[in-house]
Design a protein around this ligand. Structure first.
Ligand code: SF4
Length: 293
């Protein structure tokens, strides 16, 4: 197994072409102004405890698969939780503000809830019976139209027959029905990137919903991925058009309740900052938190 490997053409150091990720494409579909705030203005957002818990659980599962097969038991997974949280905190010290110090009983409850997700994971599969090809695989491909796609896949399994399975862990508290369309969009995105990079359509896309202990498996087909490719191209063209003019319109929905930028949103009486212009060369990569759910 290879951890955190990159499946991409080499890029000159320090140069990143604008690319479309599933999170940012999803933002634009949901609300063009949200896309602008995140990818163009790069406004900071405050991650929630649930988002950070997801990041930590993903990190534990990645670490688990780096261990020898026989050592990947539930107790070992639990033992990996505190170091994963401490490492994340060291990398992003601001996350410490989510809790009132190391003695905060809320922190203990939060860690317990992360352990519960790990326990749920073991009810869905036994990692001692698996040998993934890669975890947290960074993928990137350029479509014929020139659109650059980039993202991270939680896990890639390859069967002895060569069939590929893409796995994504979902750790959010919401029932899976709520995020299912978004999750499928993300998985088709990765299936398309894998197909274009390796020349093979993944046999299965597997979503593992740890909070409700359910898995959803899906088999993509070529016609569908071709249609999806055209959808992504259309999204990218719409982004470029808005980027040239700065015309990113708000699209209010019930998801506005979760938007950090509501105070700046004209749909809610706010005023966005002056448009800074289309970013060159990078409109904003996914962050570690984007990759969680
Ligand atoms: S509050 Fe709603 S409409 Fe406004 S930017 Fe956020 S998601 Fe878009």
């Amino acid at each position: 197994m290879v951890d955190s490997q990159a499946e991409t053409a080499p890029q000159p150091a320090g140069v990143r072409r604008p690319a479309l990720s599933p999170s940012r494409a999803g933002d634009f579909k949901q609300c063009p102004l949200l896309y602008r705030f995140r990818a163009v203005d790069r406004l900071p957002e405050t991650p929630t405890r649930a988002q950070v818990r997801g990041t930590v659980v993903h990190s534990v599962l990645e670490r688990l698969f780096s261990l020898p097969t026989a050592e990947r038991g539930p107790e070992r997974a639990r033992a990996l939780l505190a170091p994963a949280w401490e490492d994340l905190l060291a990398a992003e010290p601001g996350l410490g503000e989510l809790f009132d110090g190391a003695g905060d009983p809320e922190l203990a409850r939060w860690l317990d809830s992360a352990n519960a997700l790990l326990d749920s994971y073991f009810e869905l599969e036994d990692p001692r019976r698996l040998e993934p090809e890669a975890c947290e695989l960074r993928v990137e491909t350029e479509l014929e139209s020139g659109v650059l796609l980039r993202g991270f896949i939680d896990r890639v399994d390859v069967a002895p027959t060569g069939e590929i399975r893409l796995v994504d862990y979902k750790t959010g508290a919401a029932p899976r029905e709520i995020g299912e369309a978004k999750a499928m969009f993300q998985m088709k995105f990765y299936a398309l990137v894998l197909w274009r990079t390796r020349g093979e359509i993944p046999r299965q896309l597997l979503l593992m919903y740890l909070s409700d202990k359910q898995s959803l498996a899906y088999t993509p087909d070529e016609a569908e991925l071709r249609r999806f490719e055209r959808t992504l191209e259309a999204i990218w063209q719409a982004i470029l058009k808005a980027g040239r003019t700065g015309d990113f319109r708000p699209n209010p929905s019930r998801l506005c309740d979760y938007c950090d930028h509501k105070p700046l949103c004209p749909a809610f009486g706010g005023t966005p900052p002056p448009y800074p212009g289309w970013p060159e060369p990078d409109p904003g990569p996914e962050t570690v938190l984007d990759r969680t759910d």
